[in-house]
Design a protein around this ligand. Sequence first.
Ligand SMILES: *Cc1c(COP(=O)(O)O)cnc(C)c1O
Length: 385
Amino acid sequence: MKDKILRNLEKLKEENLYREMPEMAEGAGKYIKLNDKEYLNLSSNNYLGLSELESVREEAKKAVDDFGTTSGASRIVTGNFSIYDQLESRMANYKNKQKSLVFNSGYAANLAVYSTLASRDTLVFSDKLNNASIIDGIKLSGAKQIRYKHNDTADLEALLEKHSNCTEKIIATDSIFSMDGDTCFLYKITALAEKYGALTIIDEAHATGVLGRGRGFAHEIGLADKVDVHMGTFSKALGSFGGYVAADEYIIDWMRNKARSFIFSTSLPPAVIGATIGSLKHLAKYPEIGGRLLDAAEDLRFYLQGLGFDTGGSSTQIIPIILGDNKRALMAKEFLMAKGLYVAAIRPPTVPVNSARLRLSLRLDILGEMDKIKSAFKALKEAGI
Ligand SMILES: *Cc1c(COP(=O)(O)O)cnc(C)c1O
């Protein structure tokens, strides 16, 4: 066993795929602090920088003062304080759904969604680039997973047609794809779901807080009512932690009764719930901030494309710069670091082979630094990387 693991670790190193955790003095703010140096943070998912706001921090502190540092048990036992209910009714309202349920992470939420809604009798049609937590949730459910080509609704339709005699079908998609920054073709997906009698589940992890005046991509394009199950996370643009599901009452009731990642795990600590409520209050006051970020991302994307970089199908605050070779991506990351920018290099297996890339995630609190960002990329191009 040990020899095998050591051999495989060696192999990862040879292929430039060995993963390490960069030691960060600070990583969620406007600047990343690393080895006593500061870099503009272009790689966190804290898109709106809400975790930095005094009002959000105050809500978290207040929750600690009121309820302490742990919930002490699962929600089903004694871990259900009033702020959890407050957060859930806020989310149900926000998403315009009958009910919502909070989970310990987006990952735990996806395990819950698929393991409770799908079973061995279900076919789940899942976009090839869907988040790993969706894939794991489907595995856990025992359902058959049918992966369709990324954003290829013709492929999806052909597969639905092929399996039209199966009575239980689910279509699963991310709204914003995390490594490409493109969005799903939700209009076509919901139309196909209607035609073939499938339940639709959307993962709004990267869109929540940003698109649709914060409510997500389905709301942005006016299709929220056509989607049966909305899930997402508080750990990205909301600057906090935890996952949510918003859906019809019967679905939420079923999950509360059956989801093992909900029942057999201690609920989130009060500070986290407080921070999330703080962020939602901020968004209720300033719902336009996500749109401002998207505008700036559009401007930056045009600039990068003008330099000749391949930004894929990005149309959001996530902008990939696809370089292909693993080593080239690492070199580009180093080059930008020397210019004071921290942009993550993403390699297989997180992205397909030969599509290693920089993944730039723009955030609201660095829009004032746009000139610095642009000139660093200009220099990268001129350096021939
Ligand atoms: C990040 C992410 C998740 C998991 O959310 P966490 O709260 O970080 O566990 C699920 N789905 C997608 C699409 C994500 O990007």
